[in-house]
Design a protein. Sequence first.
Length: 225
Amino acid sequence: MSLVIENVTKDYPTRTGTLSILRGVSLTLERGAAVAVMGPSGSGKSTLLHILGTLDRPTGGTVALDGTNPFALSEPELAAFRNARIGFVFQDHHLLPQCSVLENVLIPTLVSATTKPAETEAYARDLLARVGLGDRLDHRPAELSGGERQRVAVARALVLKPALLLADEPTGNLDRINAQAVGELLLALHEQERNVLVVVTHSADLAKLFPRRAEMNDGHLHFLP
Ligand code: ADP
């Protein structure tokens, strides 16, 4: 598995001229790599993450995930590719309140044509045990703490064994202790699954858990020593 982006640019046309948000970002991440992307607000971190997640198209440059350029796919192919290859964790957990913890983790599998239901459910139970919620499978999100909800969101992101796991401020809504726990959990699961993990964060505490840190500034991405 590898993620290779080369000279990615993103411009937004506005009434007062073109805003160049990404000005040529290149990055190669091999299987098992993890990086925390930091940088000031408005520097383009989320824009970059959305492009890596194929949710947004770059203006220029190339993106290859496992050698596939996702932006050359048709919309239905791209949706299937994203579902199968990329897991997302957002700042807000986005759990469905009417569904149980186990059902929430299984949501991505509902639109996946290739999965075997019994195996997938066993894997979802396994993931929930690994995030420490093996005894909360039938609970509703409202019965969980903020940290527990985010742990469910992490299990949901991993249920289809994505090659690429992306997280945008995954600890942004949590207190310090829960933030630390969710950060450590993300990295532990990343190491077990050997996916590529890219996290965008303002949190120095979260970033310092990562083997590599990078900073977005003035449209460029720099690795920090
Ligand atoms: P960060 O995640 O680093 O805070 P973002 O990637 O969210 O930054 O945003 C980078 C910049 O791009 C911001 O100045 C934002 O206003 C601008 N931007 C984002 N989306 C659009 C859009 N659709 N049109 C114009 N500007 C946008």
